[in-house]
Design a protein around this ligand. Structure first.
Ligand code: COA
Length: 260
């Protein structure tokens, strides 16, 4: 698929996926969503990609939300289908099997923040405000915002953010645990790459299974979650990478993982 609204670049193990529609502050229409999905599929099968950074083109916005012009033409049935399609794209990001960091370089409103919530980690430019303003347009978040936000920040904070529609600043986002790092815009890339670098040298299968254990385990009881964890621990014990990781430690050398 040729990408028109999204760019994909890979360097030093990090794939950067950039939503590239800066004249509309990278707003998400159906075509942009399909291209984001295609770019993440590419990252999944790209052997040179260990971690993904998702960001927005231009200096102003990460993603300023779903495309309001497109939403205005929505029918009842179309609304549900659009929400379902978007939720599937975000589900694929969450279950990519590689860590994904949303580098929120500017406005992240509505669908833009929901996109970032589907990523595993988030970094935020210190000057930026983020929020879910949908109710101000008399719609509700439809790309998982009512579900992922309370799971990350707790219900009380999510109720306030979603029902007031008011954006929060970077300091508040950090104190809510909504973002992992805050840095001035000029230093955001460096801070985000540092975070990515801390994950890159680790066993790729271990990263995938740890993420799967967290994602599946936190949606169920502790007992069931512990069962998921020990099943995955059993599977990782059968891999060449596990042997390589343990032997490298004992032999005092750097491990060379093959993803097998
Ligand atoms: N959907 C479609 N177009 C959007 C958009 C969106 N969510 N957000 C911004 N744009 C477009 C604007 O219409 C404008 O296009 P134009 O130049 O053709 O008129 C362009 O992007 C620049 O936006 P503008 O509003 O002029 O920039 P600003 O700096 O004055 O304001 C925002 C920035 C983010 C505060 C403002 O654009 C905004 O409130 N956007 C909507 C945010 C929102 O409610 N998102 C949730 C949607 S569910």
């Amino acid at each position: 698929m040729d990408l028109q609204f999204v760019t994909y670049e890979v360097a030093n193990g990090i794939a950067t996926i950039t939503v590239n529609r800066p004249d509309k502050l990278n707003a998400l229409n159906d075509a942009v969503m399909a291209e984001i999905d295609a770019a993440f599929r590419r990252a999944k099968s790209d052997a040179d990609c260990g971690v993904v950074i998702l960001t927005g083109a231009g200096e102003k916005a990460f993603v300023a939300g779903a495309d309001i012009g497109e939403l205005a033409e929505q029918t009842v049935r179309g609304g549900k289908e659009k929400s379902l399609r978007g939720q599937r794209v975000l589900h694929n990001i969450e279950h990519l099997g590689k860590p994904v960091i949303a580098m929120i370089n500017g406005f992240a409103f509505g669908g833009g923040l929901e996109l970032a919530l589907a990523c595993h980690l988030r970094t935020l430019a210190a000057e930026t405000r983020i929020g879910l303003p949908e109710v101000g347009l008399s719609i509700i978040p439809g790309y998982g915002g009512t579900q992922r936000l309370p799971r990350i920040v707790g219900r009380g904070r999510a109720f306030e953010m979603i029902l007031s529609g008011k954006p929060i600043d970077a300091e508040t986002a950090l104190s809510f645990g909504l973002v992992n790092r805050v840095a001035p815009a000029a230093e955001l890339r460096e801070a985000t790459e540092k975070l990515a670098g801390a994950m890159l040298g680790n066993g790729p299968l271990a990263l995938a299974m740890a993420m799967e254990s967290i994602l599946r385990g936190t949606e169920t009881s502790l007992e069931e979650g512990l069962r998921i964890e020990c099943d995955l621990f059993g599977i990782i014990s059968s891999t060449e990478d596990m042997r390589e990781g343990l032997n490298a430690f004992l032999e005092k050398r750097k491990p060379e993982y093959k993803g097998k």
